[in-house]
Design a protein around this ligand. Structure first.
Ligand SMILES: [Zn+2]
Length: 162
């Protein structure tokens, strides 16, 4: 099979003979040289294509894999650590505040304090002095004579005991 080539000397296209009919250049050698790259070129480019696609797919896969693991590692563990830390910070203060079943706080009696005064001060209702006396049985006999610096329990209002 004769390969048509362009004459390298006069640029005549499609020469089938061993000699250029235009300039009579010997075209057997250029034809041989042309035949080799023409046969080799498609193979080379196909290999490049396949390698390129393979590399592309590999890097895509690696990229997706990295992104996926990055999302997983960045989202789940730090969040659970954070919530655990918050839970630890929020939880402890509450049991410390609760002194009895119903909760309440210790109050140091000051000069001039009376049970009804404290009830007014802490509950906004002086009639609730009864609650303070119930929480401090030692006061039953001397409701009107609290001692300065005496520690008494001021119970929480009932609604905060629920
Ligand atoms: Zn020629």
């Amino acid at each position: 099979m004769v390969i048509k080539i362009n004459c390298p000397v006069c640029d005549r296209p499609g020469v089938e003979e061993d000699y250029c009919p235009n300039c009579e250049t010997d075209l057997s050698l250029p034809r041989m040289l042309m035949a080799l790259p023409v046969a080799a070129a498609p193979q080379k480019s196909r290999v490049w294509w396949q390698t390129g696609i393979a590399v592309l797919l590999m890097s895509l896969g690696i990229g997706i894999g990295c992104a996926g693991s990055a999302i997983v590692s960045s989202s789940t563990p730090p969040n659970s650590i954070k919530t655990a830390a918050i839970a630890n910070k929020v939880a402890p203060p509450q049991p410390v505040m609760q002194t009895k079943e119903c909760g309440g706080f210790r109050y140091r009696v000051r000069s001039g304090d009376g049970v009804s005064d404290l009830a007014w001060q802490f509950y906004g209702d002086s009639a609730l002095g009864e609650k303070i006396i119930e929480a401090n049985p030692q006061l039953k006999e001397r409701v009107d004579s609290l001692q300065i610096d005496e520690m008494i329990l001021i119970p929480n209002r009932e609604e905060s005991c629920l």
